[in-house]
Design a protein around this ligand. Structure first.
Ligand SMILES: [Zn+2]
Length: 437
């Protein structure tokens, strides 16, 4: 850091803050473990109110002005599973920059294969275990204690730091960050920078993600007696022709493209296509009946890179499907859109990235690697709905641990990320004109 020492012999503000983070090590771990012990499983969206309240209490103790925001009007906000977000506003003492630290507190279901209780928040051998340990309850703990450390160091920030804990990131974030953006609680007017402590680890800053296009293809056939299939038209066979064309024609084209965005893992720097589901004919449980399948639906997940426009990606699919349909008279195929998420990218040279890079150098002794995510996360809502372009993901944990059995997070990484966030905040929001210097 610059200004390592403000006066000869006196510790700098940065040193004071780092000391406070180190002193809070056990508290940070305990808070992350407490969060893990609340099973905020999504779907369906359990225990959100309880978890929001735990975060809210901590934000209140850190001196933030706490508000609970329910996703009124959205269908997923129900009496059984209320969507409750929590936002803590930092007061700030002047007209400085405002930064927003946001973490989602929903977790995916634990699934099988655990050797520990996924909701016990167990700490052993320097790691915190449990569903959400990496993705991303440790990140929330890091954000909260980064700000708490500046408070404990007695530093009045020139600008302000807001912290939110939000729901439903794992299912698109519509009742979470998107709701806060749509209602103006997060907007470019009140937010200069945003950091989402998703689990990229202490040495990587994530500057964006690829785009997503989900769509269905429906093959429309005609039913007939199964003993005389020539009298009908089998929709599953028509879908087979589509799948074959995707494999032999589309996939090689996608494999030849590559983004300049530093997506990790490297193989994901190419666009991709996954078949999520195929459904056709009689269902598995039905009593057998000899019928020609008259309908087959397949759901696809196309990930596109910023170098491809969404319109081009969509048109490419439509043209290929039309070609396959045209190869056989009587073959009828339709394409139905499900969802699109456009790629996002933090502006090159963003002061936010530079501040985090300096903070990483100070704490870790090395430059962070800039990466991008193969999948999406809430940065899309900050960028597209709120217009907050200077947004990155930086936080403890490992992507590889996310959604896995025995998910865990290294305590050292958690503390290191808390330090980096604290120094980053200190630089971006800036100390107020101090009475002592
Ligand atoms: Zn996450």
């Amino acid at each position: 850091m610059r200004n390592r020492s403000s006066r000869a012999g006196a510790p700098s503000r940065a040193d004071q803050v780092l000391k406070e983070v180190e002193a809070a090590r056990d508290e940070i771990v305990a808070f992350a473990a407490d969060l893990i012990r609340i099973p905020t499983v999504n779907p369906p969206g359990d225990a959100y109110r309880e978890c929001a309240a735990l975060i809210g209490r901590r934000l209140g103790e850190a001196g933030l002005d706490v508000q609970y925001v329910e996703a009124d009007g959205l269908p997923e906000h129900t009496a059984a599973h209320p969507r409750v977000n929590v936002v803590g506003r930092g007061a700030g003492t002047g007209a400085g920059k405002r930064i927003h630290l946001n973490g989602h507190f929903d977790v995916v279901p634990p699934g099988d294969g655990w050797s520990v209780d996924p909701f016990a928040g167990e700490v052993k051998d320097g790691r915190i275990y449990g569903r959400g340990a990496s993705d991303m309850k440790s990140g929330i703990a890091a954000a909260v204690f980064a700000v708490e450390a500046t408070r404990r160091a007695g530093i009045d920030l020139g600008g302000a730091v807001d912290i939110s804990g939000t729901v439903d990131e794992e299912s698109g974030g519509f009742a979470g960050v998107a709701h806060l953006c749509r209602t103006g609680i997060i907007s470019a007017r009140n937010t200069d920078y945003a950091i989402i402590p998703e689990p990229f680890g202490p040495d990587r800053v994530c500057v964006g993600h690829r785009g997503v296009y989900w769509f269905d293809i429906v093959a429309h056939g005609r039913t007939a007696h199964g003993s005389m299939p020539h009298l009908g038209r089998n929709a599953i066979e028509d879908m087979g022709a589509v799948l074959e064309a995707f494999r032999t024609d589309l996939q090689p084209r996608l494999a030849a493209r590559r983004t300049a965005l530093p997506v990790v893992p490297e193989a994901a720097q190419r666009p991709s296509l996954n078949i999520n589901a195929v459904e056709g004919g009689q269902s598995g449980e039905a009593v057998q009946s000899p019928c020609v399948a008259d309908r087959c639906t397949a759901t696809f997940d196309r990930r596109f890179i910023p170098e491809e426009s969404f319109d081009e990606a969509r048109e490419e699919i439509a043209a290929l499907v039309a070609r396959v349909a045209g190869e056989d008279p009587g073959r009828r195929l339709t394409v139905e859109d499900r969802m699109v998420v456009h790629p996002v990218q933090t502006p090159p040279g963003s002061p936010l990235v530079e501040a985090l890079a300096r903070a990483t150098r100070a704490v870790r002794g090395r430059d962070p690697t800039l990466v991008a995510s193969p999948g999406t996360y809430d940065q899309k809502h900050f960028a597209r709905l709120a217009g907050v372009q200077h947004c990155v993901a930086y936080g403890p944990g490992a992507l590889e641990e996310a959604h896995q059995p025995d998910e865990s997070c290294s305590v050292d990484d958690l503390v290191a990320c808390t330090k980096v966030l604290a120094l980053g905040v200190l630089e971006l929001v800036g100390p107020a004109i101090s009475r002592t210097t």
